[in-house]
Design a protein around this ligand. Structure first.
Ligand code: G1P
Ligand code: ZN
Length: 543
């Protein structure tokens, strides 16, 4: 076995976004494409010789091939050991858990999250640092800079390593340890939640359905829900990870998790339903004929946190992304703990958690998490809910309705306009920014505008400032309209409009969100001139 230095030429498009480098599989399959990026990572992170690395992915198409390349390159770049999940599998939260538990020099996660997989679909790669969270912007910038000037990479000439049996082997001087993908994560979950209480709930006739969407969480859910907690066989559906996610779109929302939604809204529906995404970090929570918005879910977990052993002593604070509804703020206020409003994206939460300022965090886009890892965590949210349900012995719907009665209801919806011409989308944002002065003080029926701004965030830990994070129209009664351009869309521009109306009156809590938000939606379309500027009169997706 010998180390080979391969001459290469730089690609110009390897700029990692907030979730790493995401491209179509054929792009990654170009000669030297993945290798260039991996070498750029290794050259940027300054790992000490003999360091340990974690490697795993969500099992999508090209996962295994990529892992073989990364292993041989890690061996040629001086790593002493790599922990790799069996079959090359690690969910994103499990990878974060393994990095933290084994104190490794970070890890490489292969995933394109909730995007479809397959030979013509998406693939992705990112480096997570030693705290288990995504690399800092300084590191991703360094990786990108390196990728533009790279002229060679190092790789070991060796046969592929078997990833299917647990245990150690060597690759040159490096040790490869194939670990059980589930056990470290499952042990962490057992340490956080009252598994005895959940077991008792599940044996009392309480029925659950978890849709793994043919993605990475299948084995995790089967081991934990059906194995350790004794949920009836078949409680986990679509539980075998497939390279193309069965042709589906592994994103847990009312549109894409339609199999589960049909069951939960059908006759004889189970008591609790949930789904997670491609790499297992997102979650959707359902009750019998009932949908819990991610914003409400965060608020509710916070309000009931002390029912779970890990959070018995209370929370240090809560953080939510700016477009997420202010339902969590109301709970934080009642608990007399701080609530942080951060820009969209998970990286802002990591700093707050490392500094001990927050325990729980969440986004309206089906992401919830806590300081147990440094990624959002789908199955963790499901177990947290089951813990609360076991303690309160009420239905999902009753728990949510009681929450609204106590704190008020934040009606919430998001409208996505996908694949807009970039210029038109930028035009909408520009027009809004130019309208701040004329809009301030203006009234539309019962709504009057208090202020408008472009959200800016100063990180309370490192002082860094993030500007232009979304246009906010804030109304006197606490209602909000927010406009933001997506940072993850792959075609043209995606404009998101987030709508939120606060309602204290319990007699109006039964209303459908779209009905309750009707006036705000009209205002949002009107002031943005969306239709005339983009030609669209209907959103692509409403959540
Ligand atoms: C979307 C979500 C955001 C999430 C990100 C990564 O980003 O809106 O909350 O953190 O995916 O999962 P966006 O496309 O809005 O930039
Ligand atoms: Zn994801």
């Amino acid at each position: 076995m010998s180390i080979r230095t391969v001459s290469t030429q730089a690609f110009s498009d390897q700029k990692p976004g907030t979730s790493g480098l995401r491209k179509k599989v054929p792009v990654f399959q170009q000669a030297n494409y993945l290798e260039n990026f991996v070498q750029s990572i290794f050259d940027s992170i300054e790992a000490p010789k003999g360091a340990t690395l974690v490697v795993g992915g969500d099992g999508r198409y090209y996962n295994r091939e990529a892992i073989q390349i990364i292993l041989k390159m890690a061996a040629a770049n001086g790593f002493g050991k790599v922990l790799v999940g069996r079959g090359g599998i690690l969910s994103t939260p499990a990878a974060s858990c393994v990095i933290r538990k084994h104190n490794t020099f970070g890890g490489i996660i292969l995933s394109a999250s909730h995007n479809p997989g397959g030979p013509k679909e998406d693939f992705g790669i990112k480096y997570n640092r030693t705290n288990g969270g995504p690399a800092t912007e300084t590191v991703t910038e360094a990786i990108f800079t390196k990728s533009k000037t790279i002229t060679s990479y190092r790789i070991l000439d060796a046969a592929d390593v078997s990833l299917d049996a647990l245990g150690s082997s060597t690759l040159g001087e490096m040790k490869v340890e194939v670990i059980d993908a589930v056990s470290d994560y499952a042990e962490l979950m057992e340490s956080l939640f009252d598994f005895n209480a959940i077991r008792a709930l599940l044996s009392s006739g309480f029925r659950i359905k978890f849709d793994a969407m043919h993605a990475v969480n299948g084995p995790y859910a089967k081991d934990i829900l059906e194995g350790r907690l004794g949920a009836a066989a078949g409680s986990v559906m679509n539980g075998i990870p497939l390279e193309d996610f069965g042709g589906g779109h592994p994103d847990p929302n009312l549109t894409y998790a339609h199999d589960l939604v049909e069951i939960m809204y059908g006759d004889n529906a189970p008591d609790f339903g949930a789904a997670s995404d491609g790499d297992g970090d997102r979650n959707m929570i359902l009750g019998k004929h009932f949908f819990v918005t991610p914003s409400d879910s965060l608020a509710l977990l916070a309000a009931n946190a002390t029912l779970a052993p890990a959070y018995k002593k209370g929370l240090a604070g809560i953080a939510r992304s700016m477009p997420t509804s202010a339902a969590a703020d109301r709970v934080a206020h009642a608990l007399n703990i701080p609530c942080f409003e951060t820009p969209t994206g998970w990286k802002f939460f990591g700093n707050l958690m490392d500094a001990g300022k927050v325990t729980l965090c969440g986004e309206e886009s089906f992401g919830t998490g806590s300081d147990h890892v440094r990624e959002k965590d789908g199955l963790w949210a499901v177990l947290f809910w089951l813990n609360i349900l076991a303690a309160r012995k009420q239905s999902v719907e009753n728990i949510v309705r009681e929450h609204w009665a106590k704190y008020g209801r934040n009606f919430y919806s998001r409208y996505d306009y996908e694949a807009l011409p970039t210029e038109a989308a930028n035009g909408v944002m520009q027009h809004l920014r130019e309208s701040f002065t004329s809009l301030t003080g203006k009234s539309f029926g019962k709504y009057s505008i208090k202020t408008c701004d472009d959200f800016s965030y100063t990180d309370p830990v490192d002082g860094s400032v993030s500007k232009n994070q979304g246009v906010r129209i804030l109304f006197s009664d606490g209602s909000r309209i927010i406009y933001r351009l997506s940072g993850t869309g792959t075609e043209g521009a995606t404009l998101r409009i987030y709508l939120e109306a606060f309602e204290a009156d319990v007699s109006r809590h039964h209303l459908d969100a779209q009905v309750a938000l009707k006036e705000l939606i009209e205002i949002a379309l009107n002031v943005s001139e969306l239709k005339s500027r983009t030609g669209r009169d209907k959103p692509t997706v409403i959540t």
